[in-house]
Design a protein around this ligand. Structure first.
Ligand SMILES: Nc1ncnc2c1ncn2[C@@H]1O[C@H](COP(=O)(O)OP(=O)(O)O)[C@@H](O)[C@H]1O
Ligand SMILES: [Mg+2]
Length: 324
């Protein structure tokens, strides 16, 4: 037996017989992992989470969550998971505490444990000092944390976080990352999170599944995914670099050119940059960087994560269809 907490086999969801939201997704998530789904808008991230959470039936394929089949044992699956969706669901006109109390009653938690569960959940996301304030006075980040506290009330083994930092500013985002890390460290939870922010996947996830147009295109640790892009990226702006000579350098793997800008992929730029520059001649600017997950995404899909974002029409259609 493997120690997979979540396992899917060729999981597929087709809407209306023609929208291939998720296609043949086969993943396996280990206990205690923070597993990230990274992909642009419309990639199929939310649809996957909904299938794993038993909110949508797969069109074909199968999935097990905490050992239970999502189609045949939905209530067992639901007991095992907590979910935090993109859209906040707290009541703004109630306090944080009141919101959690309502959820605790809905979860049917034993009365003797309700208070301590609420305390523990609020403690974990550091909202205890604001528990008696109305949610409408909370910042965006605090509201998200309250959603997480709610998802933790029944102490699930597995937590699904759908775009947990969408719309938060960079500081709110980093604070949120720390809370998510605490969940795995202190509660040993397994976390599946979706994001279209590459920094988020990079900084939080132990492993990432890069998903595009419903298909998984690469799965690995962020470090290995980036390493597989190969080498460092040196961007040079110069008039007339001696390309043939540059190509002869052993460290150089690839040269791409666009209007006076050359992007050169090379091994260990720190050691070989001098050799390279000698052959470039007069240089207007040089920038050296290691590959990012965006480079990984480009390698696998031919376009960047930003470019892959749907246009306004696609977003509008998606916003309307997601409401169901
Ligand atoms: N209920 C639905 N009916 C029809 N199409 C849908 C529905 N939900 C999602 N889709 C479509 O499935 C695709 C994947 O959507 P989604 O899983 O929401 O992507 P993501 O969460 O990665 O942005 C998109 O093309 C979206 O428009
Ligand atoms: Mg989504």
């Amino acid at each position: 037996m493997s120690s997979s907490v979540i396992e899917t086999k060729k999981l597929t969801k087709t809407f209306n017989g023609r929208i291939h939201a998720v296609q043949d997704l086969s993943i396996s998530i280990e206990e205690g992992e923070i597993y990230g789904f990274l992909g642009p808008n419309g990639a199929g991230k939310t649809t996957t989470i909904k299938m794993l959470a038993t909110l949508l039936d797969p069109t074909s394929g199968s999935a097990r969550v905490n050992g239970f089949d999502v189609v045949k044992q939905p209530s067992k699956v639901r007991e095992s998971i907590g979910i935090v969706f993109q859209e906040p669901s707290s009541d703004e006109l109630l306090t944080g505490y009141e919101n959690l109390r309502l959820s605790a009653l809905m979860y049917d938690l034993p009365a003797s444990e309700i208070e301590s569960r609420i305390d523990g959940s609020l403690e974990l996301v550091e909202l205890n000092d604001r528990r008696n304030d109305l949610v409408k006075t909370y910042s965006g980040g605090m509201r998200r944390r309250l959603e997480i506290a709610r998802g933790l009330l029944h102490r699930p083994r597995i937590l699904f976080l759908d775009e947990p930092t969408l719309g938060l500013d960079p500081r709110g985002r980093e604070t949120m990352w720390r809370y998510v890390e605490r969940l795995t460290e202190e509660l040993r939870m397994t976390i599946l999170l979706t994001t279209h922010y590459m920094e988020e996947a990079d900084s939080l996830a132990d492993r990432i599944c890069i998903i595009d147009k419903g298909k998984s295109v690469a799965i690995d640790t962020p470090a290995r995914l980036k390493r597989k892009v190969g080498g460092d990226l040196v961007t040079i702006v110069a008039d007339s670099p001696r390309i043939a000579e540059i190509r002869r350098l052993k460290s150089v793997r690839k040269i791409e050119q666009k209007d006076g800008t050359f992007v050169i992929t090379m091994d260990n730029a720190a050691a070989h940059l001098q050799d390279l520059l000698k052959r470039v001649g007069k240089v207007d600017s040089v920038e050296v960087r290691s590959p990012t997950l965006d480079d990984v995404f480009i390698k696998h899909t031919g376009r960047g994560l930003e470019q892959a974002e749907g246009g306004w029409f696609e977003k509008m259609v998606q916003n309307t269809t997601n409401k169901e």
